[in-house]
Design a protein around this ligand. Sequence first.
Ligand SMILES: [Zn+2]
Length: 156
Amino acid sequence: MGDWFETIADVDATAEEADRLGAEVLSWLVEQGIVMAGVNGLNVVTGRAAFYSTGVDRVVCPHCQSAIVDQDDEERWPSFSESIDSWCAGGSGVESCPHCGKSTGLNEWHWSPPWGFGYLGFEFWNWPPLDPGFIADVGNLLGHRVVTHPAERSSG
Ligand SMILES: [Zn+2]
């Protein structure tokens, strides 16, 4: 029971281009007959946002491969989530790795499951699992890196 969604997040779009790109993808989806003009189950999100569908299990440093957040060590998450909060409030979101000291932006960490941070995202509500080819098409259309989030289906 319950609604679920998958997200395709554009992590490269700027605040200025998010609205235009969102409209372009939407009109492409309508053209392709993928969504109806009334927008069934698609929510285009613009504005600074963290895109995710499930909680974080692990966040790994891309430089030294150390896990700086680990689901087995819940104490590490609060300090890291502060940098997400500060990014959402307009900050850089850049954090130093506690192990190697290198500064890393939010989208550069290796997130599992994937999280994305940006100005543009597409939430597909109650859709069948998104086809990788379709996700690639959306990425090509945007001309940007996209991060996708598998849906969390409730077990009930
Ligand atoms: Zn590191």
